[in-house]
Design a protein around this ligand. Structure first.
Ligand SMILES: Nc1ncnc2c1ncn2[C@@H]1O[C@H](COP(=O)(O)OP(=O)(O)OP(=O)(O)O)[C@@H](O)[C@H]1O
Ligand SMILES: [Mg+2]
Length: 337
C-alpha cells in the first residue's frame, strides 16, 4: 500500500497511509469480512495499532477502538469501552450505565462489572462491528472474568469481530492460556504477526518520506540511520519526523534516545533478576546456549523458559547456534540495563 510516505509518531488511521504490509492487510480484510476474531501480534512499535485501525476503517463496518494500555481493573476496562462507544450507541444505552460517572468509590462490587461489560459490548451486536481491544494483555486483574464473556459473545453476536493486539506472550497468556482449558471453546482468534521490514523496504520507506518533506539526504545518511536504528517501522518514523526538520546527526541522536527509552522499559519488564540482565547483555552480541548456561548459573529449565519468553516477546532470535537480540536499538538498550 501507499506510494506517498508522511512520517508521524502517531498510529495510522487510513489504509493509504500504511506502507507495505500487503499480505497482512489482505489476511486481515479477509478475516474481518467473515467476522472472524483476530490476534494481531508483534513487538513494540511494529505497527499493530496502525494496521488494526487502518484496515478496520477501510471496511463497511462500525469501528470501536479501545485503548486498554495499563488498564487497572475491570471497572477501568468497562469505563474505557464505554467512552469509546459511538454517540448513537451511547444515547441508546446511557441510562443503564449512568453509574460509570460515579467513579470507582461508588462502584465497588466487582462481580457486577463483568455482566455490565457483556451488556455494553452486546449493544454493538445490532450491526456489523469491529471492536479493537488494543493491548488487552495489560489488564492486570480480573481478565479471567472476561473469558466467559468473550466465549458467549462469540456464540451469540455473529455481527461482531474483535481484534486483540499485543505481543504473543502477553496476549496468549491473558486470553488463551487461562486455567479451565479451551477458554474460547477452541475457537482461538487467528494470529497475524507483524515482523520488522527487510532492509530494502525500510530504505525505500525512508527515502520516500524524506523526498516528501523535501529534505536533501544522502545515501550514506540513510545507511547510517538503518544501521543504528534497524528496520522497525516505529523507530524509522521517529527518525523521519526529526529528520524532516533537522540535520541527520541530530535527528539520529534524538530518535535513537527516544527509541532506546522504549526498548529499555520493555527489557526492564522482562529482566527482573540479575542473571537475566547478564544473559541479555551477553545476547546483545550473541551467545550460545552453553555460554548462557555457564554465565547465568541457573537450571536448564529456568534458562529455557526465559529464552522462550524473550523469543515470544520478539526480543531475541536464534541464529544458527547463537541467541541474539535482533533489533539494534534493543541491543544498545540491553547494555544500559
Ligand atoms: N505500515 C506502516 N507504514 C507507515 N507507518 C507505519 C506503519 N505501521 C506503523 N507505522 C508508524 O509506526 C509507528 C508505530 O506504529 P503503531 O503505534 O501502530 O505500532 P504499535 O505496534 O501499535 O506500537 P506500540 O507497541 O507502541 O503499541 C507510528 O508512528 C505509525 O505511524
Ligand atoms: Mg499500539
Amino acid at each position: 500500500m501507499g506510494g506517498k510516505v508522511t512520517f508521524t509518531t502517531r498510529p495510522r488511521e487510513r489504509l493509504e497511509e500504511i506502507y507495505d504490509r500487503e499480505e497482512e492487510i489482505k489476511q486481515l480484510v479477509e478475516l474481518l469480512k467473515k467476522n472472524e476474531w483476530v490476534a494481531l501480534l508483534g513487538s513494540r512499535m511494529s505497527g499493530k495499532t496502525s494496521l488494526a485501525k487502518a484496515v478496520s476503517h477501510s471496511l463497511d463496518s462500525r469501528v470501536v477502538y479501545v485503548d486498554l494500555i495499563k488498564s487497572k481493573n475491570l471497572l477501568d476496562v468497562l469505563t474505557r469501552i464505554y467512552q469509546a462507544m459511538p454517540l448513537d450507541v451511547i444515547s441508546r444505552i446511557k441510562e443503564n450505565f449512568s453509574f460509570i460517572e460515579l467513579g470507582p468509590v461508588k462502584v465497588k462490587i466487582k462481580q457486577k462489572i463483568t455482566p455490565k461489560i457483556e451488556e455494553l459490548i452486546k449493544s454493538l451486536c445490532d450491526k456489523r462491528t469491529i471492536l479493537i481491544l488494543d493491548e488487552i494483555q495489560d489488564i492486570k486483574s480480573g481478565i479471567n472474568h472476561l473469558i466467559p464473556v468473550f466465549h458467549r459473545l462469540l456464540n451469540t453476536c455473529p455481527n461482531l469481530s474483535i481484534i486483540f493486539t499485543g505481543s504473543e506472550i502477553g496476549l496468549m497468556k491473558t486470553l488463551l492460556e487461562q486455567k479451565g482449558e479451551q477458554p474460547l471453546a477452541g475457537r482461538n482468534p487467528v494470529k497475524i504477526t507483524l515482523k520488522p521490514w527487510d532492509y530494502e523496504t525500510a530504505k525505500e520507506y525512508l527515502k520516500l518520506g524524506l523526498e516528501e518533506c523535501g529534505v536533501a539526504y544522502s545515501d550514506k545518511e540513510i545507511q547510517g540511520a538503518l544501521s543504528i536504528l534497524g528496520t522497525l517501522v516505529g523507530w524509522l518514523n521517529f527518525y523521519g519526523v526529526n529528520r524532516c526538520v533537522k540535520p541527520h546527526e541530530d535527528a539520529l541522536k534524538e530518535s535513537l534516545e527516544e527509541a532506546i527509552s522504549i526498548a529499555l522499559s520493555e527489557l526492564k519488564n522482562a529482566a527482573d533478576k540479575k542473571w537475566k540482565i547478564k544473559a541479555l547483555k551477553l545476547m546483545s552480541t550473541g551467545a550460545t546456549w552453553s555460554e548462557l548456561l555457564e554465565k547465568s548459573r541457573v537450571s536448564t529449565e529456568t534458562l529455557s523458559n526465559f529464552l522462550d519468553k524473550l523469543e515470544r516477546l520478539y526480543i531475541i532470535e536464534k541464529v544458527e547456534k547463537n541467541y541474539v537480540i535482533s533489533d539494534p536499538v534493543y541491543k544498545r538498550a540491553a547494555l544500559r540495563l
